[in-house]
Design a protein around this ligand. Sequence first.
Ligand code: G1P
Length: 294
Amino acid sequence: MTKKVRKAVLPTAGLGTRFLPATKASPKEMLPIVDKPMIQYAVEEAEACGISEFIMVTGKSKRAIEDHFDYAWELEENLRSKGEHKMLDEIRRLNHLQFAYIRQGLPLGLGHAIHCSKAFVNDEPFAVLLSDDIIDPDDKLLKNMMKLYNKYHATILALQRVPRSDIHRYGVIAGNEVQKNLFRITDMVEKPAASAAPSDLAIIGRYILTPDIFRFIETTIPGKGKEIQLTDALKALLKKKPVFGFLFEGRRYDAGDKAGYLKATVELALKSPSVKDDFRKYLLSVISKLQKEI
Ligand code: G1P
């Protein structure tokens, strides 16, 4: 019987240099978007798909992530004694999930980071979430990918069309559309120059992988940036087994760069029950001020 996707791997070892000095001593993944750290959005997205085991591939200065997903009994006691039950429920909401932490040790690339999780993933399909990519929870990207996995039992990557000017920041695929928004991938290349890109279909930070990816990572030589690239391992895999790309047409914010981070903050603040009304009024006042300046 085909196994269900129960586990998620979240690579979190990156240095976050684009957010220096904020990330000098604390992880980029803990930067708040409204009232939650960036990484919690990815964890909640996976949890909403029935994933309960998380493997965080971490590095130096990342301990705050461990503390964040741990029980906080002193804080819980404090909130309980003050009768702050709503906040208490909020901070306990993810306590039922299991987290394992493994250190990447050396910054050898995304493929290497995924391979670090091998002993924890075992012989099961698993999701990979890159927490820089914030997906609007209402657009249910991972849920749709899970449905496809349950139908095809094959590797599924998330894709989005990106402008040519941005294509060099992504893994890019070539493929044939086999049903609406589903591509059977025939080739892929990590961060090509715009002139060499096989399409405008970029891989975004959600994957459902099968455990055979580990074998392919093991024989992948360092590629772009002299790193062991997941894209290169997937390219070897697709010569042996089907690899599909799901074209996501919903909202994604690349919170790995400052402008994307700010956009994610604005968009999610406009959805947050605790601030949305005030924030909307404020934004309207900013817009009218800006319009007068034009
Ligand atoms: C990684 C992958 C790349 C993918 C991107 C999505 O790159 O290597 O193929 O398109 O994530 O965010 P990174 O952004 O970590 O350099």
